[in-house]
Design a protein around this ligand. Structure first.
Ligand SMILES: [Zn+2]
Length: 75
């Protein structure tokens, strides 16, 4: 998906033209967002992904305990 080229400014002050939602600064390699408000959106989605991964690991640990530990304890 390509957007209309627009000048974006990085935190370090480097200004360049971007036509993507998120691109990388050539000077400091930070993420620079086409829409300023996307910063929070990406941050939220990162937190959501982290939450899902933690939930999956917790679930797998639980299943592992149920399948491996419980039969051993009930011997
Ligand atoms: Zn920069």
């Amino acid at each position: 998906m390509s957007l209309k080229p627009k000048a974006v400014t990085c935190q370090c002050g480097h200004t360049f033209t971007s036509n993507r939602d998120r691109s990388w600064c050539e000077k400091c390699a930070n993420a620079v967002y086409y829409h300023e408000k996307d910063k929070n959106k990406y941050k939220l989605s990162n937190m959501y992904v982290t939450g899902v991964i933690v939930a999956v690991i917790t679930f797998l640990t639980y299943v592992f305990m149920e399948l491996i530990a419980t039969p051993l304890l009930s011997l």
